[in-house]
Design a protein around this ligand. Sequence first.
Ligand SMILES: *Cc1c(COP(=O)(O)O)cnc(C)c1O
Length: 424
Amino acid sequence: MSDDAANDRASSGDSIPGDAGDDGTGDDGADVERRTEGAFATRAVRAGHSPDAQTGAHAPPIYQTASFLLRSVEHGSRLRADDPARDTYSRAGNPTVREAEAKLAALEGTAEAVAFASGMGAITALFLSVLRQGDEVLTLGPIYSDTRAVLWELLPAFGITARRVEASELDSAIASNTRLIYVETPSNPTLAIIDLAAVAGAARRHGLLTAADNTFASPYLTRPAEHGIEFVVHSATKYLGGHGDLLAGFVTGNGDELERVRSVGLRLGGASLEPHAAFLLMRGMRTLHLRMAAHCRNAGAVARALETAPGVSRVHYPGLEDHSGHDVATRQMSDFGGMVAVDFAGGRASATRFVERLELFDHAVSLGDVCSLACVSSTTTHASVPPEERARDGITDGLVRLSVGVEDEADLVADVLAAAAAAA
Ligand SMILES: *Cc1c(COP(=O)(O)O)cnc(C)c1O
């Protein structure tokens, strides 16, 4: 697949605030403009950075500084108004971080992105920026366990509530105080798929905001803004960074509300991305298209091999035809992603033997790393989710989540088959 598929669906023409001309290169912006309009691979490699005019440095400089010189006492307070590209303090803005924001916005096809120190920093900042006391959030399908804890355990103390509803009854479930529909697709860990265009349609009919966590797909596979979703959030710790060596997050979108995410969620929440992490993140994003193509190829092979392995009761992968979200995934994603969940009939004991026997999959949480990773969902990522919710979402004690890396496909397939045989 799927470079072409991704490229064909690439949106074009969104200029990137904070990019063209902001870097002091005197660049007329034409180069930058072309890079942001190119196909996905071109944007991944090129968008967001112009070589440093002062030094000629080709790679992005790391502006490791807390503050920036004020030009004068009178102009200090007016500095940002006079020159929005000029920073005063790195919590609110930093040139290295801005380059990472510009690259992500170019990949998602959105006007602007705001970077954060982690995915949870981004998600919590979004909620605090757009929700008020009395507001309600609707979710569809499973969501990341810590996001769930923010919505059901933290925000109620501030008079904000959340309710999970079925996709089929979304229109009738919307109440007078519903403000935001929040979804995650594919979801963690069973890869449930949400129809983003349907969510955006319902929100438009009722005048609601929408947000989608695009961590599992990455913009290489799905760009929720193209389906009408207002805010796209990311744990950039995962596929965007891609190497398991940093924490980062984003909120991105096109609307005016994004300015509030920056001025309230980022500036007051204070979960700002470090310049050095922003540099590593940009380096990761440059190869997103190459890594995702390999993740998808390997995950598809692993999923198909496990389907007929002994002791396996179910394989969850949106690329398999028996997956409940297969049809929507085929419409909404350009390939099926790098995550696979496998359910063992022998429960926790079999899942444990499988994870212990794997050699090429490190036993660790997180995902989207070039290295393959495996964990037992019920004891790790979903340990804090009440058992009845786990049961509803198919998170059995025998469920193992695989983040399939970019090692050799045949080696990975051999490894999971040997481990499944040992577990059975
Ligand atoms: C990891 C993850 C998060 C949280 O991101 P951090 O970078 O760990 O804070 C949010 N959503 C999803 C889907 C995730 O996988």
